[in-house]
Write a protein that binds this ligand. Structure first.
Ligand SMILES: Nc1nc2c(ncn2[C@@H]2O[C@H](COP(=O)(O)OP(=O)(O)OP(=O)(O)O)[C@@H](O)[C@H]2O)c(=O)[nH]1
Length: 212
C-alpha cells in the first residue's frame, strides 16, 4: 500500500495515507457527477459529456485525526475504453461501483462489472455498490431492495446516492476512507472497522428517510 507522510501537517493530523480509488460502472450512471459533487459540492445539470479515457482527482479527508488522501480515478464507462481502464484496477485499493436507479440495464450489468473486478483487481480491494440518481424517484427502475440484495450476495456495502442533491455522497467516500485507513494503520488492540455497521449507524443518525 502506498503511504505518504503529511507535509508541514495540520493540527491533529499525524500522517497522510494515499489510496487509489476507482469509480466504475456503465456510461451515464453518474461517476463524474458523483466525483464533482464530492470534490466541489456542486452538480452541473444539463448536457451529458461522456468521460474519455481516465483522469483523477485528489481529495483529502480526515478520519479520526488522520489525514487520508484519496486519489479518485474517474473512468469512462463506455465499452471502447474498457481495456484502458482495466489496467488501472490492479493497484486500486478501493472501487466504487455505480449503477443508475433509473436504468435497469446499468443494474443488470453490475454482475459483469463484478466479474471484471474479480479478474483484474487485487483480491482484497474494497468494493462498494452505489445506486445513483436516487433523486429521480419518478423514473425509478431498480428497487432499493434489489440493490441491497445484490450487494448482500457479493458481501459488499451498498447505498443509494444522488450526485444531484449530494445524498450519501460524502458518506460513501468517508466510509471507504475509514476502511482504507483502518487497514493501513490497524492499532493492535482496536477491533476491526466494520464498514457495513458504520454505514448503517450513519444512516440511522440521519433524521431524513432518504437514505437507502
Ligand atoms: N438527476 C440526476 N442526474 C444525474 C445524477 N448523476 C448524474 N446525473 C446526470 O447523468 C448524466 C451522466 O452523468 P455523468 O456523471 O457524466 O456519467 P458518467 O458515469 O461519468 O458517464 P461516462 O463518463 O460516460 O462513464 C449527466 O447528464 C448528469 O447530469 C444524479 O444523481 N441525479
Amino acid at each position: 500500500m502506498e503511504t505518504r507522510a503529511a507535509g508541514s501537517g495540520g493540527a491533529g493530523y499525524n500522517e497522510a495515507l494515499l489510496h487509489k480509488t476507482i469509480l466504475v460502472g456503465d456510461s451515464g450512471v453518474g461517476k463524474t457527477s458523483l466525483l464533482v459533487q464530492f470534490d466541489q459540492g456542486k452538480f452541473i445539470p444539463g448536457s451529458f459529456s461522456a468521460t474519455v479515457g481516465i483522469g483523477f482527482t485528489n481529495k483529502v479527508v480526515a478520519v479520526d485525526g488522520v489525514k487520508v488522501k484519496l486519489q479518485i480515478w474517474d473512468t469512462a464507462g463506455q465499452e471502447r475504453f474498457r481495456s484502458v481502464t482495466h489496467a488501472y484496477y490492479r493497484d486500486a485499493q478501493a472501487l466504487l461501483l455505480l449503477y443508475d436507479i433509473t436504468s435497469k440495464m446499468s443494474f443488470d450489468n453490475i454482475r459483469a462489472w463484478l466479474t471484471e473486478i474479480h479478474e483484474y483487481a487485487q483480491k482484497d480491494v474494497v468494493i462498494m455498490l452505489l445506486g445513483n440518481k436516487a433523486d429521480v424517484s419518478s423514473e425509478r427502475a431498480v428497487r432499493t431492495e434489489d440493490g441491497a440484495s445484490l450487494a448482500r450476495e457479493y458481501g459488499v456495502p451498498f447505498m443509494e446516492t444522488s450526485a444531484k442533491t449530494g445524498m450519501n455522497v460524502e458518506l460513501a467516500f468517508l466510509a471507504i476512507a475509514k476502511e482504507l485507513k483502518q487497514r493501513a494503520v490497524q492499532p493492535p488492540d482496536e477491533p476491526r472497522f466494520q464498514i457495513h455497521d458504520y454505514i448503517e449507524s450513519q444512516k440511522k443518525k440521519s433524521s431524513c428517510c432518504a437514505f437507502a
